[in-house]
Design a binder for this molecule. Structure first.
Ligand SMILES: [Mn+2]
Length: 325
């Protein structure tokens, strides 16, 4: 971490980038690091290929987040820092990020299994056993002697809250709770986070949740729970793919299955797969990253995802059975 801290201290121009389909940790980490570096008088450009989802705009507030990656300038270079992702492709600007790595400077802060970014730089701070990237950013900001203001504290707590399933998953450590308490002392608004994340569903998202629940099917002797949402469903519900995000967590509440999978046709011709595994007292947890990797995706042992081309069609004459074509 020290090399990264030295770079952050000594350089003046930064790009902070996170992953496509940004979640609370991506938006929270990006916002907190941007605000922290700006406080030190640095020029910082936050970038998200997919922009800030409406449900997380309370985190970014008045901060402008670009959706385009700036062109590479060698004369007056930016130090590009990727947060909450291990692999350049996950930024949505894969080749640009690799160009930065080859030509100027690149660093990253992350808690996923390592990917291609690690081969490109020694300026990184990585820990697998951490609730969220936001928890790592907290340590980075303290090392930089940034004052954790209420907006920074709320951004960090959002990342920790969402990546730990509201402090319910196994990645919630005593340190997570201690940092959470410290962030609340510094003005993080937990109530606002809960309100925006758990109490701001759209009608479209509830309709899609209803469909996903109705179609939920147990396979492999009850060890897998599977459901689907088609592009047609999203259109009929009057929503967007964003309305289907988070549904997987509401499906993954049965005691029997070890694996829960939701296939969502998020755009015409693109299927987003979300995978969750569940802890069983007498069984080793199924590492769903291995399944996601087989399909070109990635993530964590208990929560992973992938994108494949295709669309979903019902199997003729069967209820609740679908095929990818
Ligand atoms: Mn994360």
């Amino acid at each position: 971490m020290q090399e990264l801290i030295n770079r952050l201290r000594s350089l003046e121009r930064f790009i902070v980038v996170s992953h496509i389909q940004p979640d609370g940790d991506a938006v929270g980490s990006l916002t907190a690091l941007t605000l922290g570096l700006q406080q030190l008088g640095k020029t910082v450009l936050p970038v998200l290929a997919d922009g800030v989802p409406p449900s997380f705009q309370f985190v970014t507030g008045t901060l402008e987040v670009a959706t385009e990656f700036p062109p590479l300038t060698i004369k007056d270079p930016y130090f590009c820092i990727a947060v909450d992702l291990p692999d350049s492709r996950r930024t949505g600007f894969g080749s640009n990020v690799l160009e930065y790595a080859e030509a100027t400077m690149l660093g990253f802060i992350d808690h996923h299994p390592l990917g291609d970014l690690q081969k490109k730089t020694s300026d990184y701070y990585h820990s697998l056993n951490t609730s969220s990237c936001a928890e790592l950013i907290y340590h980075v900001l303290l090392a930089l002697e940034v004052r954790i203001t209420p907006p920074i504290a709320t951004a960090l707590l959002t990342g920790m809250y969402t990546d730990s399933g509201g402090f319910q998953y196994d990645n919630t450590s005593t340190e997570t709770m201690e940092i959470g308490a410290d962030l609340m002392r510094r003005g993080a608004r937990l109530r606002t986070i809960v309100d925006h994340i758990s109490r701001q569903k759209s009608i479209a998202s509830l309709r899609l949740l209803g469909l996903a629940m109705e179609r939920l099917t147990l396979t492999n002797n009850g060890t897998c729970a599977v459901s689907v949402i088609t592009y047609d469903d999203i259109e009929k519900a009057g929503g967007t793919a964003d309305d289907a995000s988070g549904i997987i967590n509401q499906l993954n509440v049965l005691p029997g299955p070890r694996l829960c999978m939701l296939l969502t046709e998020s755009e015409k011709g693109t299927i987003r797969g979300s995978l969750r595994s569940t802890d069983h007292p007498d069984m080793r947890v199924l590492n769903v990253t291995n399944v996601a990797k087989l399909l070109g995706g990635g993530g964590h042992a208990r929560a992973s995802g992938f994108l494949v081309e295709g669309h979903l069609e019902p199997l003729e004459g069967k209820t609740n059975l679908w095929k990818v074509v």
